[in-house]
Design a protein around this ligand. Structure first.
Ligand SMILES: [Zn+2]
Length: 134
């Protein structure tokens, strides 16, 4: 889809802090993260909803890899997966590292966004990549 921001990211027309790529999916850091290391995993082909993706099992397997790498890389307590799907009309799984004693506590405050410099974003992405490659 020409006007889809995630299709533009897949095509490399918009820069991204990429952390993951396989035959079907690309993962990158959310530039408005709910927490440090919040990433998005999207199919390379445009599908509207996560459950429209034919490789649904592979999609979640890839999400798990990123989640486990993110926990180790960032010393997170756990990870939450979020698939609301209304923000951008291109399937995306939000992978959200969870940290003890932060603003989200027992739920997720979707209005809370953290700010990181480009240098910090690069460092965070590199840490996750290092654990994905182990
Ligand atoms: Zn798209």
């Amino acid at each position: 889809m020409d006007d889809c921001i995630f299709c533009k990211i897949v095509a490399g027309k918009i820069p991204k802090y990429q952390i993951y790529e396989d035959d079907n999916f690309i993962g990158f850091l959310d530039i408005n993260p709910l927490s440090m290391g919040n990433s998005l995993l999207i199919p390379k082909i445009h599908y509207r909803w996560v459950y429209d993706v034919p490789e649904f099992g592979l999609y979640w397997e890839a999400s798990k890899k990123i989640a486990e790498a993110s926990i180790k890389a960032l010393n997170a307590d756990s990870v939450s997966f979020l698939t609301i799907g209304y923000e951008v009309p291109h399937a995306h799984i939000r992978i959200i590292p969870r940290f003890l004693n932060n603003i989200h506590q027992n739920g997720l405050d979707l209005s809370h966004h953290e700010k990181y410099t480009p240098h910090e974003m690069t460092e965070i992405s590199q840490k996750i990549i290092n654990f994905l490659n182990k």
